[in-house]
Design a protein around this ligand. Structure first.
Ligand SMILES: Nc1nc2c(ncn2[C@@H]2O[C@H](COP(=O)(O)OP(=O)(O)OP(=O)(O)O)[C@@H](O)[C@H]2O)c(=O)[nH]1
Ligand SMILES: [Mg+2]
Length: 462
């Protein structure tokens, strides 16, 4: 992976039929290799950042495709090296034949993420930004996309850099004091030190807290729709999706196999799971459905518990919900009284922990505004006050979370050292440890293994 100095090539676009595709080359020989198979301009002498129409010809001189070649010379390029991008026609053949021609002329097939790895190694972006490139490509919702872009633009890294420079300043004070300790000089003002530690810890806390939102953005929110047979769970799923995905029928026990479908709501990706109605049954297939429903509930991010307002919640259901809240205290449960259209007056809702609301799933299928209170409750249940967090302050990456947690530990240990009046050397040691952890996120400190791990999850050509 870390071999540098050679010239790499890859198809940067997705396979299959498409109007256009891009084959890219990066490295010291990029212009020479591209020039060897390009007719239309001398790519070795054309100025940087210019595009040229022409033909790519195969090793035997036969034309392969009409292309536009764009030349970016080092260091003003994505990787910091010479780059040539050949925009050709899409499909299975043209890009592949062009790639083979480039390999024939001396390029090496790029590893996944190798272009971005080079960009990182050449200082074009830091490690957190490089990871944001992959997050951006994998983003499954508008908000995840926005957060990745903020990270790619470096706004998250800037925060970490500020943290680091605060800590560095702190460290310098403490170490200076160490050097002069025999002369009894106290450089570091205790109160100032404490304030700086406070600030650092608060920021780390905030970043760590945001990881819950980051995780939901990355993986989506799993919402399980549960309740008794015939409560209207499948009707509600269809209303939420805006399409008739699940079978709805007046027969209790209609849904057996779990039905899962995704929808983007308020910038978040939700994965809704419609389940078999919970009841004791002699029917083996239905019983299996019920078992799966219970399993889905134990893996849910939120449970939407639906009941029929004309029937009410029976005591067994109430007991079940109470037990669930005791067993899974972190699982938000939203109780939905359905079939509101069948009642004349707004009914009293059962007194349970957590939000409860009424609606008519049947009407909501035609009029989505009916769903608004439920959607608000869903967003609040999963993100609480995190939804309003700055995009640049949302941590989406588990690796970052680990380093942030260790940095916080070190800062806490530094504070304990300060409070106990332990020597400055111990304090400095903890501060250095925190600095090290933060440096690992942005890649000031890193190992080849870590880089391999990070970049191998990239696409080839990125
Ligand atoms: N009036 C009225 N009927 C509804 C409403 N929601 C669902 N229904 C009806 O209630 C019946 C059951 O609806 P489903 O959505 O199949 O119920 P379910 O909870 O998925 O039932 P199972 O799959 O059997 O567990 C159907 O006849 C629906 O048309 C509603 O808001 N108002
Ligand atoms: Mg159903």
């Amino acid at each position: 992976m870390m071999r540098r100095g050679d010239t790499i090539a890859a198809i940067a676009t997705a396979r299959g039929r498409a109007a256009l595709a891009i084959v890219r080359l990066s490295g010291p020989d990029a212009c020479r290799i591209a020039a060897a198979c390009f007719q239309g301009a001398d790519l070795q002498t054309v100025p940087s950042h210019t595009a040229h129409f022409g033909y790519v010809v195969g090793p035997e001189g036969t034309p392969i495709d009409q292309v536009v070649a764009t030349v970016f010379r080092a260091p003003r390029s994505y990787t910091g090296e010479d780059i040539v991008e050949l925009t050709c026609h899409g499909g299975d053949l043209a890009p592949q034949l062009i790639l083979e021609t480039l390999l024939h002329h001396g390029a090496r097939l790029a590893e996944p993420g190798e272009f971005t790895l080079r960009a990182f190694l050449n200082g074009k972006l830091d490690l957190a930004q490089a990871e944001a490139v992959a997050d951006l490509i994998h983003a499954g919702s508008t908000r995840a996309h926005r957060v990745s872009l903020a990270h790619l633009q470096g706004r998250y890294s800037e925060q970490l850099q500020r943290l680091r420079s605060d800590l560095l300043e702190l460290c310098a004070y403490v170490e200076l004091e160490l050097d002069f300790s025999e002369e009894d000089v106290e450089f570091a003002d205790r109160a100032q030190l404490e304030a700086l530690l406070d600030r650092t810890e608060r920021l780390l806390d905030e970043l760590l807290r945001s990881y819950r939102l980051g995780e939901l953005l990355r993986d989506g929110v799993r919402v399980v729709i549960g309740g008794r047979p015939n409560a209207g769970k499948s009707t509600l799923l269809n209303a939420l999706l805006g399409q008739d995905r699940a079978i709805v029928s007046p027969l209790p026990g209609t849904t057996r196999d779990q039905i899962e479908a995704e929808a983007e709501i308020e910038g978040l990706r939700f994965r809704f799971v419609d389940t078999a109605g919970l009841r004791t049954t002699a029917d083996q297939i239905e019983a299996e459905g019920v078992r799966r429903a219970q399993q889905a509930i134990s893996n849910a991010d939120v449970l939407v518990y639906v009941f029929d307002l004309t029937v009410g919640l029976d005591p067994e259901e109430t007991a079940y919900l109470k037990q669930l809240q005791a067993e899974q205290p972190t699982l938000p449960v939203i109780v939905v009284g359905n079939k509101r259209d069948l009642l004349e007056e707004e009914p009293a809702l059962p007194a349970l922990d957590g939000p409860a609301l009424t609606l008519s799933a049947r009407q909501a299928r035609a009029d989505a505004t009916q769903l608004q209170p439920l959607i608000q409750a869903l967003v609040t249940a999963v993100t609480a006050d995190l939804a309003s967090m700055e995009d640049s302050a949302v941590v989406m990456n588990q690796r970052h979370r680990q380093h942030l947690a260790r940095a916080r530990e070190a800062v806490q240990a530094a504070r304990a050292a300060l409070n106990q009046g332990v020597g400055g050397d111990l304090l400095a040691l903890e501060l250095r440890r925190a600095l090290h952890e933060l440096g690992a996120i942005t890649g000031e400190i890193t190992t080849e293994d870590v880089l391999d791990q990070i970049f191998s999850r990239f696409c080839i050509g990125k």
